[in-house]
Write a protein that binds this ligand. Sequence first.
Ligand SMILES: NC(=O)c1ccc[n+]([C@@H]2O[C@H](COP(=O)([O-])OP(=O)(O)OC[C@H]3O[C@@H](n4cnc5c(N)ncnc54)[C@H](O)[C@@H]3O)[C@@H](O)[C@H]2O)c1
Length: 331
Amino acid sequence: MKTLLLNKEQVGSLICMREVIGTVEEAYKAFNSNQVIQPDYIGIDLPSPRGDIDFKLGYYKANEVISMKASSGGFINNPTTYGVPSGMGTILLFDARTCALICVMDGSLITGLRTGAAGAVSVKVLARKDAKKITSIGTGNQARMQIRAISEVMKIEEIHAWDSTRETLAKFKADIESEFGIPVIMANSKKDAVEQADILITTTRGKGPLVEAAWVKPGTHIVAIGTDTQGKQELDPELFRNAKIVNDSIEQCIEKGETWHPLVKNIIAKSDIHAEIGEILLGKKAGRENDEEITIFDSTGMAIQDNTTSNRIYRNAIEHDIGSIFEFLKG
Ligand SMILES: NC(=O)c1ccc[n+]([C@@H]2O[C@H](COP(=O)([O-])OP(=O)(O)OC[C@H]3O[C@@H](n4cnc5c(N)ncnc54)[C@H](O)[C@@H]3O)[C@@H](O)[C@H]2O)c1
């Protein structure tokens, strides 16, 4: 049994953001076409100063691949005490016809790539066609990935950014301006930043509402990324009252996404959720219908995004003869 091994550098060289936008779009369509088996993900929380590790499992019938991604995070002493990053990722791919292990790859880049691509896919179907200005609440890793991906699907003229830490915000400005040449305006308040938005992305680790409903102008598209587990929150639940609400997976978003908050407060009912994004991509439900509506894409992240993206990396590696082979079983 031959298993292909791919390290982080190889993974990074084998796929570009444009290709990931395609694999994520494929994943969303597959999810709404009865092509996916994706059990609830499981994880283990370890006592502080350690963090947590979770395992996301997905089977896609069309590519006959089962993927499992292990992601850890929050191990703050790792770099200084053990010389390893505070968060890591590894992906295993199995051939679903035999369940042979066909690939082991570093997974630390894939979460960011597919999460950025998720935002870009939502922009394609839910943002106004004349959108130019992006507001970023949060300026960490995922914020950078959103900008990287969204700049593939539209021309961003300026970015208004806010962060709770001024140094993090200044670093974001320097990095984005040098990498993409897009001007970044460092906002003095969240309100100042949000009021500018055609597209609002939220990518913090916030645990309470950061964006008030009154600040969001008609026609804004919101990409809600940060809230992917219970206990996190970035948006005023009132924002959902009159918005067009789109989830990646309704089942996940009503349990651990931003959509949970207006539901428990009875601001919306489950039936007020307009669609899963795959339904819009498949043409079963409408995307944006006018320039006035506020659209919210709540993303919690799905195993099938990891599956289609890592499978493409694997196929590209085979095609270009990259990686090394390990035989767990001889013969
Ligand atoms: N939806 C998905 O598919 C998906 C995928 C990956 C990560 N995430 C989530 O996105 C969030 C951001 O991830 P990241 O990798 O960019 O993290 P990061 O640590 O790189 O950046 C986090 C940002 O949030 C800010 N922040 C931290 N705590 C805050 C608080 N209490 N209030 C306001 N701002 C705060 C930080 O200053 C920083 O700008 C996390 O919650 C992560 O779990 C979601």
